[in-house]
Write a protein that binds this ligand. Sequence first.
Ligand code: ZN
Ligand code: ZN
Length: 161
Amino acid sequence: MATLNGDPNAYDVTQFAKGLVGTCLCGSVKVTIHDCGLFTKRRGHICHCANCRKVSGSFAASNLIIEEAKVEIEDQRGTLTKFVDNQTGSGTPLDRYFCSRCGNPIKSVTPLYLGKVVLKMGLFPRIPAPEFETFALHRHEWQGLHRNVELYKIKAFGEKL
Ligand SMILES: [Zn+2]
Ligand SMILES: [Zn+2]
């Protein structure tokens, strides 16, 4: 499963007309998004907050906030594990789920988004064009700008950059 082609262009968006399926690196945790409109408009966001960076092991994280009812998670080897993140910018603890076998981040759950989950989009073969960026104040100066992506200084739908 980990040997899937990493080229997003190898996957025509028409094959995701009903949703997206992805797995963690070791294949234990399988995530299916049941959503017919994933590639019909911009979806998801890029987050530059310190915690997203740590969890993603990168300079930013690619996230999608989506209704929990649309997300199916199969924990095939019982490796889905929760870390309670108490050091959040909002002060509200956040549950970060990851695969304890391969370390792949899977999703976050916060009471601030009731009935929704924040999915880690690196799980999937193709990622929809993001709608906005959060914590854009914390962008690294060497990063390029994405076209048509709204930049919020800190919180989503808060003050724009
Ligand atoms: Zn895994
Ligand atoms: Zn973040």
